[in-house]
Design a binder for this molecule. Structure first.
Ligand code: UGA
Length: 486
């Protein structure tokens, strides 16, 4: 079984790497003024930034120091799954506007460099900016005077100021600008090319103007601020969105306790123009490389400045609790079953990406494995990445194969294909009847009619939800302090 899983994983890697999109979206946004740009880093943000800047008409050199990733890109293979990206990279590489290199010496003709390297969480939760520092050190060695360094990486407030004051940076005549990115994985091209706003934090009008001209062809307001405000705005946006979700997840427990419908509650409050409908969906909560890392980093930075952050802490803890709650629902449902099997549908932290960083699916899978449960997992694109993180998971090439003989199913990522499953067939092939809908997307009434025990995150009994008997039967509120599942 293990060998089969590995073969499937490498097959999936291969498929992801030659991914092509059926049709090329037409953006048709060309800049009148062509700039010579570089982007350091070809990850989710860097590669999208490089491809989209080329799409705007600029000449872009994307610098990637990971040899494997660079070779793949040079050969036209995508290292990540992002809808539309393969097409955009391939077309802009063909027309010469986008090229890849591993060598910083190739930036001698570049006027502005975007830094888009990761800033992962350090052990204490603070953002680790060592990749940013390394990139700046290398840039300084090859920069031409007047180079603009544009910070796209999410960095703690004050990082751009600190870099701007480095003697080597001052000596090289480099100016530093903060230009945070607000794109979401899965809709990254749309978000980059049709942003709600372009934020530019700069200390001089000249630098501000140069960055604004790069984006001139986008129909978006330019928000000109100082570097620190730009940096803090980026953290605030992510922390606020994460908090909204955690808040709704807290309400979802109340909804279950009083037999109200969280979907209706979200719809009603979202119709208030002061609130808006986005990011009110309850379920397993937020994952990814951004929300968890940024909430922790903001909490940690605030503590260093002596600021209390009880809201951020609660948002984080509630998010952990959702995973604990889902794992417990499954463990309760498996009670008394010998050699229980759980099928997890979806490994990515959200649909339309192969990214599994911070994925609730994997946290819950680990917890189940630790309880002696066999965990099978399916994901259309993220299986290879999932098995790199949790090797004990039994990777399955399709959802039906994961579900066959399973005692319970957890829908962890709302890929569209899961909503279209033949549930009558699933009911016949599963050994057990438990369905935990971690994203509140399945038709609970239909599943209940088919004989499933449907459990959701805040839907009422008349919509099929059967959490009631398991839900805090002692009547106490969920315990959040000290919950830690990572
Ligand atoms: C997030 C922000 O939305 C972007 O604006 C930002 O640029 C990015 O982080 C970043 O800092 O790089 P992303 O992590 O790609 O984007 O994905 P989101 O769409 O924000 O989803 C984050 C998580 O929240 C996912 O796990 C998703 O399933 C969850 N979510 C989202 C909910 O649980 N409920 C919702 O209503 C919405």
């Amino acid at each position: 079984m293990l060998e089969r899983g590995c073969a499937e994983r490498s097959e999936q890697r291969r498929t992801a790497s030659v991914e092509t999109e059926p049709r090329r979206p037409s953006w048709n946004i060309r800049s009148e003024e062509v700039a010579q740009l570089a982007v350091v880093g070809a990850g989710y943000v860097g590669l999208v930034t490089a491809a989209c800047l080329a799409e705007l008409g600029h000449r872009v050199t994307c610098i990637e120091i990971d040899a494997g990733r660079l070779t793949a890109l040079e050969a036209g293979r995508m290292p990540i799954h992002e809808p539309g990206l393969a097409e955009l990279v391939s077309e802009n590489s063909r027309n010469g506007r986008l090229r890849f290199t591993g060598n910083f010496a190739n930036i001698s003709d570049i006027t502005s460099v975007f830094i888009a390297v990761p800033t992962p969480s350090a052990e204490d939760g603070a953002a680790d900016v060592s990749f940013v520092r390394e990139a700046v050190e290398l840039l300084v060695q090859h920069a031409r005077p007047g180079l603009l360094v544009i910070m796209k990486s999410t960095v703690p407030v004050g990082t751009s100021d600190a870099i701007a004051k480095l003697p080597a940076v001052l000596d090289a005549g480099i100016e530093v600008v903060s230009n945070p990115e607000f794109l979401r994985q899965g809709t990254a091209l749309q978000d980059f090319l049709h942003p709600d706003r372009v934020v530019i934090g700069a200390e001089s009008a000249e630098a501000m103007g140069r960055v604004a001209r790069i984006y001139a062809s986008l129909e978006a307001p330019i928000v000109a601020v100082d570097r620190r405000s730009a940096e803090l705005a980026k953290y605030t946006a992510n922390a606020l969105l994460a908090t909204r979700i955690s808040f709704m997840n807290e309400i979802s427990h109340i909804a279950m306790a009083v037999n109200a419908d969280i979907d209706d509650v979200a719809r009603i409050v979202g119709m208030d123009r002061r609130i808006g409908p986005a990011f009110l969906r309850s379920g397993l909560g937020w994952g990814g490389s951004c929300f968890p890392k940024d909430v922790l980093a903001l909490t940690s930075a605030a503590a260093r400045y002596g600021c209390e952050t009880p809201i951020l802490r609660a948002a984080y803890e509630i998010n952990q609790l959702q995973r604990e709650y889902a794992a417990q629902l499954l463990i309760d449902a498996l009670h008394g079953i010998d050699d229980p099997i759980v099928a997890v549908l979806g490994a990515a932290f959200k649909p339309n990406t192969d990214d599994v960083r911070g994925s609730p699916a994997l946290t819950i899978a680990k917890r189940l494995l630790g309880n002696g449960v066999t965990v099978r997992i399916h994901d259309p694109f993220a299986l290879a990445n999932a098995s790199d993180i949790v090797a004990e998971i039994d990777c399955r090439p399709d959802a039906y194969s994961a579900l066959e003989g399973a005692d319970a199913l957890l829908l962890a990522t709302e890929w569209e294909e899961y909503e279209r499953l033949d549930w009558t067939l699933v009911r016949e092939t599963m050994r057990g009847k438990t369905v935990v809908d971690g994203r509140n997307v399945l038709n609970g009434v239909h599943l209940t009619e088919l004989g499933f025990h449907y459990k959701s995150f805040g839907r009422p009994a008349h919509n099929g939800n059967g959490n009631g008997t398991h839900h805090h039967t002692n009547g106490s509120a969920p315990h959040i302090a000290g919950t830690s599942m990572e």
